[in-house]
Design a protein around this ligand. Sequence first.
Ligand code: GDP
Length: 436
Amino acid sequence: LPVVAVIGRPNVGKSTLVNRLCRSREAIVHDQPGVTRDRTYQEGFWGDRIFRVVDTGGLVFDDDSEFLPEIREQANLALAEASVAVVIVDGQQGVTAADESIAEWLRGQAVPVLLGVNKCESPDQGLAMAADFWGLGLGEPHPISAIHGAGTGELLDRVISFLPATTETDEAEPIQLAIIGRPNVGKSSLLNAICGENRAIVSPIRGTTRDTIDTTLEREGLTWKLVDTAGIRRRRSVDYGPEYFGITRSFKAIERSDVCVLVIDALDGVTEQDQRLAGRIEEDGRACAVVVNKWDAIEKDSHTMSAMEKELRAKLYFLDWAPMLFTSALTGQRVESIFAIAAVAVEQHRRRVSTSVVNEVLQEALRWRSPPTTRGGRQGRLYYGTQVATRPPSFTLFVNDPKLFGDTYRRYVERQIREALGFEGSPVRLFWRGKQ
Ligand code: GDP
Protein backbone atom coordinates (compact mmCIF):
# COMPACT_ATOMS: atom_id res chain seq x y z
CA LEU A 1 0.00 0.00 0.00
CA PRO A 2 1.14 3.54 -0.61
CA VAL A 3 2.20 5.45 2.48
CA VAL A 4 0.97 8.83 3.70
CA ALA A 5 3.07 10.40 6.46
CA VAL A 6 1.33 12.77 8.86
CA ILE A 7 3.66 15.15 10.63
CA GLY A 8 3.11 17.78 13.28
CA ARG A 9 3.72 18.92 16.80
CA PRO A 10 1.59 17.47 19.60
CA ASN A 11 -1.82 19.08 20.07
CA VAL A 12 -2.15 20.58 16.63
CA GLY A 13 -4.98 18.18 15.87
CA LYS A 14 -3.01 15.57 14.01
CA SER A 15 -4.80 12.61 15.55
CA THR A 16 -8.21 14.08 14.83
CA LEU A 17 -7.27 14.17 11.18
CA VAL A 18 -5.75 10.70 11.30
CA ASN A 19 -8.96 9.39 12.86
CA ARG A 20 -10.91 10.89 10.00
CA LEU A 21 -8.75 8.94 7.59
CA CYS A 22 -8.70 5.68 9.47
CA ARG A 23 -12.11 4.53 10.50
CA SER A 24 -11.23 1.73 12.76
CA ARG A 25 -12.16 -1.69 11.57
CA GLU A 26 -10.67 -3.33 14.66
CA ALA A 27 -13.74 -2.36 16.59
CA ILE A 28 -15.88 -4.74 14.63
CA VAL A 29 -13.49 -7.62 14.20
CA HIS A 30 -11.60 -7.79 17.42
CA ASP A 31 -13.83 -6.75 20.21
CA GLN A 32 -13.50 -10.04 22.04
CA PRO A 33 -11.07 -9.88 24.94
CA GLY A 34 -8.10 -12.10 25.55
CA VAL A 35 -6.13 -11.64 22.38
CA THR A 36 -2.79 -9.92 22.49
CA ARG A 37 -2.19 -7.74 19.51
CA ASP A 38 0.71 -5.72 18.27
CA ARG A 39 -0.24 -2.66 16.28
CA THR A 40 2.14 -0.95 13.90
CA TYR A 41 0.25 1.25 11.51
CA GLN A 42 -3.22 2.19 10.41
CA GLU A 43 -5.02 1.78 7.15
CA GLY A 44 -6.64 4.89 5.84
CA PHE A 45 -9.01 5.37 3.00
CA TRP A 46 -10.43 8.25 1.08
CA GLY A 47 -12.34 8.23 -2.15
CA ASP A 48 -11.58 4.87 -3.64
CA ARG A 49 -8.02 4.70 -2.34
CA ILE A 50 -6.56 2.71 0.50
CA PHE A 51 -3.22 3.59 1.96
CA ARG A 52 -1.08 3.28 5.05
CA VAL A 53 -1.05 6.18 7.41
CA VAL A 54 2.21 6.60 9.24
CA ASP A 55 1.49 8.88 12.11
CA THR A 56 4.75 10.36 13.26
CA GLY A 57 3.31 10.63 16.76
CA GLY A 58 6.50 9.23 18.18
CA LEU A 59 8.45 12.15 16.83
CA VAL A 60 7.97 14.86 19.35
CA PHE A 61 8.66 18.27 17.96
CA ASP A 62 8.51 20.22 21.12
CA ASP A 63 8.74 23.98 21.15
CA ASP A 64 11.39 23.81 23.84
CA SER A 65 13.48 20.99 22.56
CA GLU A 66 15.56 21.02 19.46
CA PHE A 67 14.94 18.79 16.52
CA LEU A 68 17.35 16.14 17.73
CA PRO A 69 19.45 14.22 15.22
CA GLU A 70 18.09 10.83 16.26
CA ILE A 71 14.53 12.09 15.94
CA ARG A 72 15.42 13.49 12.56
CA GLU A 73 16.76 10.12 11.50
CA GLN A 74 13.58 8.33 12.53
CA ALA A 75 11.52 10.88 10.69
CA ASN A 76 13.68 10.49 7.60
CA LEU A 77 13.01 6.77 7.65
CA ALA A 78 9.27 7.32 7.97
CA LEU A 79 9.38 9.78 5.13
CA ALA A 80 11.56 7.72 2.82
CA GLU A 81 8.72 5.36 2.00
CA ALA A 82 5.94 7.95 1.89
CA SER A 83 4.26 9.08 -1.33
CA VAL A 84 3.20 12.32 0.28
CA ALA A 85 3.66 14.06 3.62
CA VAL A 86 0.94 16.07 5.32
CA VAL A 87 2.12 18.67 7.81
CA ILE A 88 -0.41 19.91 10.30
CA VAL A 89 0.08 23.24 12.06
CA ASP A 90 -2.07 25.13 14.52
CA GLY A 91 -3.69 28.16 12.87
CA GLN A 92 -4.77 29.75 16.12
CA GLN A 93 -1.25 29.64 17.48
CA GLY A 94 0.41 30.98 14.38
CA VAL A 95 3.87 30.01 13.15
CA THR A 96 6.07 28.60 15.91
CA ALA A 97 9.79 27.93 15.99
CA ALA A 98 9.08 24.19 15.90
CA ASP A 99 6.97 24.62 12.75
CA GLU A 100 9.89 26.39 11.17
CA SER A 101 12.37 23.65 11.99
CA ILE A 102 9.97 21.01 10.67
CA ALA A 103 9.54 23.07 7.51
CA GLU A 104 13.24 23.52 7.04
CA TRP A 105 13.78 19.82 7.32
CA LEU A 106 10.93 19.05 4.92
CA ARG A 107 12.15 21.46 2.28
CA GLY A 108 15.22 19.24 1.98
CA GLN A 109 13.13 16.13 1.32
CA ALA A 110 12.13 14.75 -2.04
CA VAL A 111 8.58 13.90 -0.99
CA PRO A 112 5.69 16.21 -1.95
CA VAL A 113 4.33 18.10 1.05
CA LEU A 114 0.84 19.35 1.82
CA LEU A 115 0.30 21.92 4.52
CA GLY A 116 -2.87 21.79 6.59
CA VAL A 117 -3.58 24.72 8.88
CA ASN A 118 -5.85 23.32 11.54
CA LYS A 119 -8.32 24.95 13.92
CA CYS A 120 -9.56 27.33 11.24
CA GLU A 121 -13.13 27.01 12.44
CA SER A 122 -14.42 30.26 11.06
CA PRO A 123 -14.57 30.36 7.28
CA ASP A 124 -13.86 34.08 6.86
CA GLN A 125 -10.95 34.22 9.29
CA GLY A 126 -9.65 30.85 8.20
CA LEU A 127 -8.07 32.07 5.00
CA ALA A 128 -6.36 34.95 6.72
CA MET A 129 -5.08 32.68 9.49
CA ALA A 130 -3.77 30.21 6.94
CA ALA A 131 -2.08 32.92 4.90
CA ASP A 132 0.47 33.45 7.68
CA PHE A 133 1.91 30.06 6.89
CA TRP A 134 3.04 30.86 3.35
CA GLY A 135 6.30 31.89 4.98
CA LEU A 136 7.11 28.27 5.81
CA GLY A 137 7.91 27.69 2.16
CA LEU A 138 5.84 24.51 1.99
CA GLY A 139 3.43 25.75 -0.65
CA GLU A 140 -0.20 26.67 -0.26
CA PRO A 141 -1.52 26.53 3.32
CA HIS A 142 -4.89 24.75 3.40
CA PRO A 143 -7.21 25.99 6.13
CA ILE A 144 -8.99 23.08 7.80
CA SER A 145 -10.97 22.23 10.87
CA ALA A 146 -10.24 18.62 11.70
CA ILE A 147 -12.99 18.60 14.31
CA HIS A 148 -15.76 20.00 12.14
CA GLY A 149 -14.46 18.51 8.95
CA ALA A 150 -14.35 21.83 7.09
CA GLY A 151 -11.66 21.81 4.44
CA THR A 152 -10.44 18.33 5.28
CA GLY A 153 -12.15 16.80 2.24
CA GLU A 154 -10.29 19.13 -0.12
CA LEU A 155 -7.01 18.42 1.63
CA LEU A 156 -7.57 14.67 1.45
CA ASP A 157 -8.43 14.91 -2.25
CA ARG A 158 -5.04 16.53 -2.74
CA VAL A 159 -3.42 13.78 -0.65
CA ILE A 160 -4.69 10.95 -2.80
CA SER A 161 -3.76 12.78 -5.98
CA PHE A 162 -0.15 12.13 -4.98
CA LEU A 163 -0.57 8.39 -4.51
CA PRO A 164 0.83 6.21 -7.27
CA ALA A 165 -1.71 4.91 -9.76
CA THR A 166 -3.01 1.47 -8.87
CA THR A 167 -1.49 -1.16 -11.07
CA GLU A 168 -2.84 -4.61 -11.55
CA THR A 169 -0.44 -7.06 -10.01
CA ASP A 170 1.94 -9.05 -12.10
CA GLU A 171 0.68 -12.62 -12.15
CA ALA A 172 4.06 -13.94 -13.20
CA GLU A 173 5.72 -12.74 -10.01
CA PRO A 174 6.52 -15.54 -7.57
CA ILE A 175 4.15 -15.86 -4.64
CA GLN A 176 5.84 -15.00 -1.36
CA LEU A 177 4.96 -17.71 1.13
CA ALA A 178 5.96 -17.40 4.79
CA ILE A 179 5.97 -20.36 7.15
CA ILE A 180 5.08 -18.81 10.50
CA GLY A 181 4.94 -20.37 13.94
CA ARG A 182 6.39 -20.59 17.41
CA PRO A 183 9.65 -22.48 17.95
CA ASN A 184 9.29 -26.27 17.91
CA VAL A 185 5.97 -26.51 16.11
CA GLY A 186 7.82 -28.16 13.23
CA LYS A 187 8.50 -25.35 10.75
CA SER A 188 11.93 -26.56 9.74
CA SER A 189 10.75 -30.14 9.61
CA LEU A 190 7.96 -29.04 7.27
CA LEU A 191 10.43 -27.04 5.23
CA ASN A 192 12.61 -30.10 4.91
CA ALA A 193 9.66 -32.26 3.96
CA ILE A 194 8.76 -29.72 1.28
CA CYS A 195 12.20 -29.00 -0.13
CA GLY A 196 14.27 -32.06 0.72
CA GLU A 197 16.75 -32.31 3.54
CA ASN A 198 19.61 -30.48 1.94
CA ARG A 199 17.79 -27.17 1.48
CA ALA A 200 17.13 -26.43 5.11
CA ILE A 201 19.92 -28.01 7.03
CA VAL A 202 18.86 -29.19 10.46
CA SER A 203 21.80 -29.20 12.76
CA PRO A 204 21.84 -29.71 16.51
CA ILE A 205 25.33 -28.31 16.92
CA ARG A 206 25.54 -24.70 17.91
CA GLY A 207 27.00 -22.46 15.27
CA THR A 208 26.64 -24.92 12.45
CA THR A 209 23.15 -23.92 11.39
CA ARG A 210 23.48 -22.65 7.87
CA ASP A 211 21.26 -20.01 6.38
CA THR A 212 19.50 -20.82 3.20
CA ILE A 213 18.89 -18.15 0.64
CA ASP A 214 15.30 -17.60 -0.43
CA THR A 215 14.02 -20.93 -1.64
CA THR A 216 12.07 -20.88 -4.87
CA LEU A 217 9.99 -23.81 -6.08
CA GLU A 218 7.20 -24.76 -8.47
CA ARG A 219 3.96 -26.25 -7.18
CA GLU A 220 0.38 -26.26 -8.38
CA GLY A 221 1.51 -24.59 -11.61
CA LEU A 222 2.75 -21.54 -9.69
CA THR A 223 6.13 -20.24 -8.62
CA TRP A 224 6.58 -19.86 -4.87
CA LYS A 225 9.27 -18.10 -2.98
CA LEU A 226 9.62 -19.17 0.63
CA VAL A 227 10.18 -16.10 2.76
CA ASP A 228 12.96 -15.98 5.34
CA THR A 229 13.82 -19.64 5.51
CA ALA A 230 16.97 -18.55 7.32
CA GLY A 231 14.81 -17.17 10.11
CA ILE A 232 13.10 -20.51 10.46
CA ARG A 233 16.44 -22.06 11.22
CA ARG A 234 17.75 -19.32 13.43
CA ARG A 235 15.36 -20.03 16.22
CA ARG A 236 15.89 -20.26 19.97
CA SER A 237 19.29 -18.73 20.10
CA VAL A 238 21.10 -20.42 22.95
CA ASP A 239 22.28 -17.05 24.18
CA TYR A 240 18.76 -15.88 24.85
CA GLY A 241 17.66 -19.11 26.47
CA PRO A 242 14.81 -21.34 25.42
CA GLU A 243 12.13 -18.74 26.16
CA TYR A 244 13.39 -16.38 23.55
CA PHE A 245 11.13 -16.12 20.58
CA GLY A 246 11.97 -13.85 17.72
CA ILE A 247 8.48 -12.54 17.18
CA THR A 248 9.73 -9.40 15.46
CA ARG A 249 11.38 -11.51 12.82
CA SER A 250 8.12 -13.39 12.35
CA PHE A 251 6.29 -10.09 11.99
CA LYS A 252 8.73 -9.03 9.31
CA ALA A 253 8.22 -12.29 7.45
CA ILE A 254 4.46 -11.80 7.61
CA GLU A 255 4.87 -8.33 6.21
CA ARG A 256 6.98 -9.59 3.32
CA SER A 257 4.57 -12.38 2.43
CA ASP A 258 1.55 -12.74 0.17
CA VAL A 259 0.36 -15.79 2.02
CA CYS A 260 1.20 -17.16 5.46
CA VAL A 261 1.19 -20.76 6.54
CA LEU A 262 0.59 -20.57 10.26
CA VAL A 263 1.89 -23.75 11.87
CA ILE A 264 0.25 -24.90 15.10
CA ASP A 265 1.49 -27.79 17.23
CA ALA A 266 -1.27 -30.40 17.50
CA LEU A 267 0.06 -31.47 20.87
CA ASP A 268 0.00 -27.97 22.37
CA GLY A 269 -3.08 -26.52 20.75
CA VAL A 270 -3.39 -22.77 20.24
CA THR A 271 -1.24 -20.72 22.62
CA GLU A 272 -1.13 -17.00 23.23
CA GLN A 273 1.92 -16.68 20.97
CA ASP A 274 -0.01 -18.41 18.21
CA GLN A 275 -2.77 -15.89 18.71
CA ARG A 276 -0.38 -12.99 18.43
CA LEU A 277 0.95 -14.33 15.16
CA ALA A 278 -2.55 -15.01 13.86
CA GLY A 279 -3.66 -11.54 14.92
CA ARG A 280 -0.80 -9.97 13.02
CA ILE A 281 -1.55 -11.98 9.89
CA GLU A 282 -5.13 -10.76 9.94
CA GLU A 283 -4.13 -7.21 10.73
CA ASP A 284 -1.62 -7.12 7.89
CA GLY A 285 -4.30 -8.45 5.57
CA ARG A 286 -2.39 -11.50 4.40
CA ALA A 287 -3.87 -14.63 2.88
CA CYS A 288 -3.49 -17.53 5.29
CA ALA A 289 -3.78 -21.28 5.76
CA VAL A 290 -3.50 -22.90 9.19
CA VAL A 291 -1.43 -26.08 9.33
CA VAL A 292 -1.82 -28.28 12.40
CA ASN A 293 1.39 -30.28 12.52
CA LYS A 294 2.49 -33.43 14.44
CA TRP A 295 -0.78 -35.05 13.56
CA ASP A 296 0.97 -38.44 13.74
CA ALA A 297 1.57 -37.92 17.47
CA ILE A 298 -2.14 -37.62 18.27
CA GLU A 299 -4.15 -40.64 19.26
CA LYS A 300 -7.28 -40.48 17.22
CA ASP A 301 -10.61 -41.96 16.37
CA SER A 302 -13.00 -40.91 13.67
CA HIS A 303 -14.14 -37.78 15.52
CA THR A 304 -10.77 -36.44 16.58
CA MET A 305 -10.10 -34.19 13.61
CA SER A 306 -13.41 -32.35 13.63
CA ALA A 307 -13.43 -32.03 17.42
CA MET A 308 -9.93 -30.68 17.38
CA GLU A 309 -10.63 -28.31 14.53
CA LYS A 310 -13.54 -26.89 16.49
CA GLU A 311 -11.42 -26.41 19.56
CA LEU A 312 -8.55 -24.74 17.67
CA ARG A 313 -10.88 -22.49 15.71
CA ALA A 314 -12.51 -21.22 18.88
CA LYS A 315 -9.16 -19.69 19.81
CA LEU A 316 -8.37 -18.54 16.30
CA TYR A 317 -11.76 -16.98 15.66
CA PHE A 318 -10.27 -14.01 13.83
CA LEU A 319 -8.86 -16.42 11.25
CA ASP A 320 -12.21 -18.17 10.83
CA TRP A 321 -11.84 -17.69 7.07
CA ALA A 322 -8.55 -19.62 6.90
CA PRO A 323 -8.59 -23.26 5.77
CA MET A 324 -7.11 -25.77 8.22
CA LEU A 325 -4.94 -28.73 7.29
CA PHE A 326 -3.66 -31.52 9.56
CA THR A 327 -0.15 -32.62 8.65
CA SER A 328 2.80 -34.64 9.80
CA ALA A 329 6.22 -33.43 8.82
CA LEU A 330 7.51 -36.71 10.22
CA THR A 331 5.56 -39.01 7.90
CA GLY A 332 4.97 -36.49 5.14
CA GLN A 333 1.20 -36.83 5.49
CA ARG A 334 -0.60 -34.03 3.57
CA VAL A 335 2.51 -31.91 3.41
CA GLU A 336 2.16 -31.36 -0.33
CA SER A 337 -1.46 -30.23 0.14
CA ILE A 338 -0.14 -27.11 1.81
CA PHE A 339 0.47 -25.65 -1.63
CA ALA A 340 -2.98 -26.58 -2.88
CA ILE A 341 -4.75 -24.69 -0.09
CA ALA A 342 -2.25 -21.83 -0.22
CA ALA A 343 -2.95 -21.49 -3.94
CA VAL A 344 -6.67 -21.16 -3.29
CA ALA A 345 -6.03 -18.58 -0.58
CA VAL A 346 -3.81 -16.54 -2.90
CA GLU A 347 -6.37 -16.65 -5.68
CA GLN A 348 -9.13 -15.43 -3.35
CA HIS A 349 -6.85 -12.76 -1.93
CA ARG A 350 -6.43 -11.32 -5.44
CA ARG A 351 -10.04 -11.73 -6.48
CA ARG A 352 -12.07 -8.84 -7.83
CA VAL A 353 -15.87 -8.84 -7.74
CA SER A 354 -17.95 -6.59 -9.98
CA THR A 355 -19.95 -3.78 -8.42
CA SER A 356 -23.20 -5.29 -9.64
CA VAL A 357 -22.51 -8.57 -7.87
CA VAL A 358 -21.50 -6.75 -4.68
CA ASN A 359 -24.77 -4.86 -4.72
CA GLU A 360 -26.86 -7.95 -5.36
CA VAL A 361 -25.34 -9.43 -2.23
CA LEU A 362 -25.95 -6.24 -0.25
CA GLN A 363 -29.57 -5.99 -1.43
CA GLU A 364 -30.13 -9.59 -0.39
CA ALA A 365 -28.57 -8.91 3.01
CA LEU A 366 -30.81 -5.85 3.47
CA ARG A 367 -33.91 -7.87 2.55
CA TRP A 368 -33.24 -10.42 5.28
CA ARG A 369 -32.37 -7.92 7.93
CA SER A 370 -32.93 -4.16 7.88
CA PRO A 371 -30.31 -1.81 9.20
CA PRO A 372 -30.88 -0.84 12.81
CA THR A 373 -32.91 2.17 13.92
CA THR A 374 -31.75 4.39 16.78
CA ARG A 375 -33.93 5.34 19.68
CA GLY A 376 -34.34 8.73 18.05
CA GLY A 377 -35.96 6.93 15.15
CA ARG A 378 -33.15 7.39 12.64
CA GLN A 379 -32.78 4.47 10.32
CA GLY A 380 -29.48 3.34 8.86
CA ARG A 381 -29.45 3.36 5.08
CA LEU A 382 -27.03 1.40 2.97
CA TYR A 383 -26.93 2.91 -0.53
CA TYR A 384 -24.40 0.83 -2.35
CA GLY A 385 -21.01 -0.80 -2.13
CA THR A 386 -18.03 -1.36 -4.36
CA GLN A 387 -14.76 -3.23 -4.19
CA VAL A 388 -11.93 -0.73 -3.93
CA ALA A 389 -8.90 -2.98 -3.56
CA THR A 390 -7.55 -6.51 -3.68
CA ARG A 391 -4.94 -8.20 -1.50
CA PRO A 392 -7.06 -8.34 0.55
CA PRO A 393 -10.43 -7.73 -1.09
CA SER A 394 -11.68 -4.44 0.36
CA PHE A 395 -15.07 -2.86 -0.02
CA THR A 396 -16.39 0.59 0.63
CA LEU A 397 -20.03 0.68 1.69
CA PHE A 398 -21.76 4.02 1.28
CA VAL A 399 -24.32 4.71 3.99
CA ASN A 400 -26.21 7.72 5.33
CA ASP A 401 -24.34 7.66 8.64
CA PRO A 402 -21.81 5.04 9.75
CA LYS A 403 -22.75 5.62 13.39
CA LEU A 404 -26.12 4.04 12.75
CA PHE A 405 -24.44 0.75 11.90
CA GLY A 406 -23.34 -1.06 15.03
CA ASP A 407 -20.92 -3.95 15.30
CA THR A 408 -23.63 -6.57 15.16
CA TYR A 409 -25.00 -5.34 11.87
CA ARG A 410 -21.53 -4.82 10.42
CA ARG A 411 -20.60 -8.38 11.27
CA TYR A 412 -23.83 -9.58 9.77
CA VAL A 413 -23.06 -7.84 6.47
CA GLU A 414 -19.52 -9.21 6.45
CA ARG A 415 -20.88 -12.70 7.04
CA GLN A 416 -23.34 -12.30 4.18
CA ILE A 417 -20.58 -11.17 1.85
CA ARG A 418 -18.49 -14.18 2.81
CA GLU A 419 -21.37 -16.58 2.50
CA ALA A 420 -22.22 -15.33 -0.97
CA LEU A 421 -18.74 -14.66 -2.31
CA GLY A 422 -16.47 -17.03 -0.38
CA PHE A 423 -12.98 -15.54 -0.17
CA GLU A 424 -11.71 -18.62 1.61
CA GLY A 425 -8.20 -18.11 2.91
CA SER A 426 -8.33 -14.34 2.63
CA PRO A 427 -9.32 -11.59 5.02
CA VAL A 428 -11.94 -9.14 3.81
CA ARG A 429 -12.11 -5.47 4.69
CA LEU A 430 -15.26 -3.38 4.89
CA PHE A 431 -15.12 0.41 5.09
CA TRP A 432 -18.32 2.16 6.13
CA ARG A 433 -18.45 5.55 4.60
CA GLY A 434 -20.98 8.26 5.37
CA LYS A 435 -22.29 10.86 2.96
CA GLN A 436 -20.68 14.16 3.75
P1 GDP B 1 10.61 -25.37 14.39
O1 GDP B 1 11.24 -24.76 15.57
O2 GDP B 1 9.20 -24.89 14.22
O3 GDP B 1 11.37 -25.23 13.14
O4 GDP B 1 10.45 -26.93 14.73
P2 GDP B 1 11.35 -28.19 14.26
O5 GDP B 1 11.06 -28.51 12.85
O6 GDP B 1 12.75 -27.99 14.64
O7 GDP B 1 10.70 -29.34 15.13
C1 GDP B 1 10.70 -29.33 16.55
C2 GDP B 1 10.58 -30.75 17.07
O8 GDP B 1 9.32 -31.33 16.72
C3 GDP B 1 11.66 -31.70 16.51
O9 GDP B 1 12.05 -32.55 17.54
C4 GDP B 1 10.91 -32.45 15.41
O10 GDP B 1 11.47 -33.71 15.18
C5 GDP B 1 9.52 -32.54 15.96
N1 GDP B 1 8.49 -32.59 14.88
C6 GDP B 1 8.38 -31.75 13.85
N2 GDP B 1 7.33 -32.10 13.06
C7 GDP B 1 6.78 -33.20 13.61
C8 GDP B 1 5.68 -34.07 13.26
O11 GDP B 1 4.95 -33.88 12.27
N3 GDP B 1 5.42 -35.11 14.10
C9 GDP B 1 6.16 -35.34 15.21
N4 GDP B 1 5.82 -36.38 15.96
N5 GDP B 1 7.21 -34.56 15.56
C10 GDP B 1 7.53 -33.51 14.77
